[in-house]
Design a protein around this ligand. Sequence first.
Ligand code: RI2
Length: 309
Amino acid sequence: MIVTDTADKIKSMEIRGAGRIARAAAEALRDHALSIQPPYTAAFQQEMERAAAILVATRPTAVSLPNAVHMVMNGIGKATTVDEARTGVVQRAEHFIQSSQHAVEKIAEFGARHIRNGDKILTHCNSEVALGCIIEAHRSGKEIEVFATEVRPRNQGLITIRTLNDAGIKTNFIVDSAVRSFINEIDLVVVGADAVTVNGAVVNKIGTSQVAHTAKEARVNMIVAAETYKFAPKTVIGDLITIEERPSSEVLPDDIAKTLPHVRVRNPAFDVTPAEFIDLIITEQGAIPPQMAYVIIREYLGWDIAEFH
Ligand code: RI2
């Protein structure tokens, strides 16, 4: 079944990156809506809610995932027939996928303008929007050089350096712990986001906050590329972002771990960078200071506080 298949791929990180998992979930809901034949609207809704719950449960941190699912499920609205409900879901899913792709392009365009000719840019992890900004700057003729971290334990830095290499961008590949050694060569840090909270804190791949601290100490600006659907509506009512802790085997092979009974491997996949470490967040609606996250949540995500009760 398409939903469990997509859910498994998101869980195993075969599909990864906050934007990509959101689009994959929208696609899975659309295809599921088209494949089921429930006898009445309530049964359709129930089955779609079951599928939505499976998708949302895959990875807890990237808020793009529940935001996308919420937007698609809103398509059922007040439908009175199964056909109407199905059409609503399909239309919302298509709309989300298209507007997500459009947002990635817009952010690349805006973000590239923050990159100057001759800049050396540091990026951490593999973010399609952060890379979009860097590649667009290169395409527009700016001579730039990138430092990309390895990103233990899943080594997403490898995907980043392949993409940069394919784009013909001069790139340095460094281990995560070498950031401080190179920070004085860096002009700008550009990263993505899995979630942005109402106070402008950015949740992103583990190590991002260390990069941010290092950059601040060296007076290097850090910008975050994040579509509006990466902003977390429920942080307005006090919800916290759950930081996913992934299997210990990603850090230390099980055969070694079992010889070390007193050692517990910790593997949080994300960390939190407070707003004061971030110069700007670039969204498809333009750049905002992180402290303005609330405006994005209220104006662009369309969440009504009443929905939370
Ligand atoms: P885009 C990724 O999470 C990284 O933390 C990356 O910075 C973030 O999602 C945003 O990625 P993971 O799936 O949406 O690698 O910008 O755990 O591609």
